[in-house]
Design a protein around this ligand. Structure first.
Ligand code: CTP
Ligand code: MG
Length: 369
């Protein structure tokens, strides 16, 4: 990959930053949508308790984080939107957002039923309660029930995941409170990945979660974000809080972290500069063959040290470590074929961003989508 970055001008980066802000404005969920999510949450809980009286329900993933791309509301062609905003809303309308929900039960239930049986039992009560489009994915790696809430029309993926999903959602949330550039970059990368069809783990490409971890890793390397799992709150040793054999400790009090000066950001780049650098990093700089992006340590680890060297051809497959479940490689769905597709998209975006800057054309993001 050869791009001449010296041609990129300050005006170009400013334009990219402006477009990023515009894109984010257009795709963040409205408050009306959050109310609908709340209504759906309550009706799912109410129905789930018919099958499992002691069930509690947890909301995780992008809709819990405020990282979801909006479902278009009724007003999406209303006044005050730019053409770009309308374009974005129409496209995201076609990719309705699912709410990720997880049920936890008293421990007896887990002895009495397999995960597939739990999902079946839940699916039946959901159907009987009049939920729409009920599908039971009993054979998925993590079995889930998919439903569409009858009142709000919101789609939900409901599973019996381990508690770790709640902790990793909290970790992502803490990072999003440290620096606003993180959230903007996540929106752009997620939106780009969905438009380019490389955000479909069921079809061998990467999950949004994987892309978000890649963004955090990049921002850590770049000095925009700290490594929250390495910062002890007392300035001494990092504690061990064990849940499901993982250490789920991280410094969650980010307000104090910043106000006390324990973390000072030294990077003053604009979002536009970071977007260009992100795509360059993952198309030309990241060492896919030997390296693993590790948010947990804020560094690139060696595959050799992690024992992840079995198949050299599946480079990306073993390139992103889960921050808590350290044996879990989050790029797992990627295989030999989809690896070329995903890396090809990174290279394409990087080239376009750099050449658009060179010739000074407008609407850079529309070009990479
Ligand atoms: N998750 C996980 N391990 C994975 C994939 C997902 O623990 N390999 C959990 C994470 O808690 C993540 C949540 O599932 O936040 C949702 O993942 P995903 O759907 O990929 O991300 P979202 O941010 O919800 O993106 P989208 O808007 O595309 O649904
Ligand atoms: Mg999700």
């Amino acid at each position: 990959l050869r791009v001449d970055e010296s041609k990129l001008t300050t005006e170009y980066f400013e334009q990219l930053s402006r477009e990023s802000a515009e894109l984010c404005c257009a795709i963040v969920p409205s408050s009306e949508e959050r109310v609908r999510q709340e209504v759906a949450f309550r009706s799912v809980l109410e129905v789930a308790r018919r099958a499992f009286p002691d069930a509690s329900l947890h909301h995780f993933g992008s809709t819990a984080l405020g990282f979801s791309l909006a479902n278009a509301g009724d007003d999406f062609l209303g006044k005050g939107h730019t053409l770009l905003e309308i374009f974005v809303r129409i496209l995201t309308h076609l990719k309705m957002k699912d709410m990720d929900l997880s049920i936890s039960l008293g421990s007896n239930a887990y002895d009495a039923y397999t995960p597939a049986q739990l999902v079946e039992k839940l699916g039946i009560v959901m159907k009987n309660a009049g939920m729409r489009d009920v599908k039971m994915l009993t054979r998925a790696r993590v079995p889930i029930v998919k439903i569409r809430d009858a009142i709000t029309g919101i789609r939900c993926d409901i599973g019996f995941q381990s508690k770790l999903v709640l902790y990793n959602t909290r970790l992502l949330k803490a990072y999003s409170r440290i620096d606003p550039r993180f959230r903007e970059l996540v929106f752009i990368v997620k939106y780009w990945s969905k438009q380019r069809n490389i955000n479909e783990p069921y079809f061998g490409t990467l999950s949004s979660y994987c892309f978000v971890l890649m963004v955090i890793h990049f921002l850590q390397i770049r000095g925009v974000l700290p490594c929250l799992q390495q910062i002890a709150h007392d300035g001494q040793n990092v504690p061990n809080i064990a849940i499901d054999e993982a250490n789920v400790y991280f410094c969650e009090d980010v307000d104090t972290l910043v106000s006390s000066g324990k973390w000072t950001c030294t990077n003053a780049e604009t979002v536009g500069e970071l977007v260009v650098a992100f795509f360059k990093y993952f198309s030309a700089e990241f060492p896919y063959v030997h390296g693993v992006a590790s948010v947990r340590t804020g560094s690139v680890l060696s595959k050799e040290d992690k024992g992840w060297t079995k198949d050299r051809q599946q480079e990306m497959n073993r390139s992103v470590e889960d921050p808590f479940e350290t044996t879990n490689n989050v790029g797992r769905p990627v295989d030999k074929e989809t690896l070329f597709e995903v890396r090809g998209e990174f290279i394409r975006a990087s080239k376009i961003l750099c050449s658009a800057g060179g010739v000074g054309t407008g609407a850079a993001y529309e070009a990479i989508l």
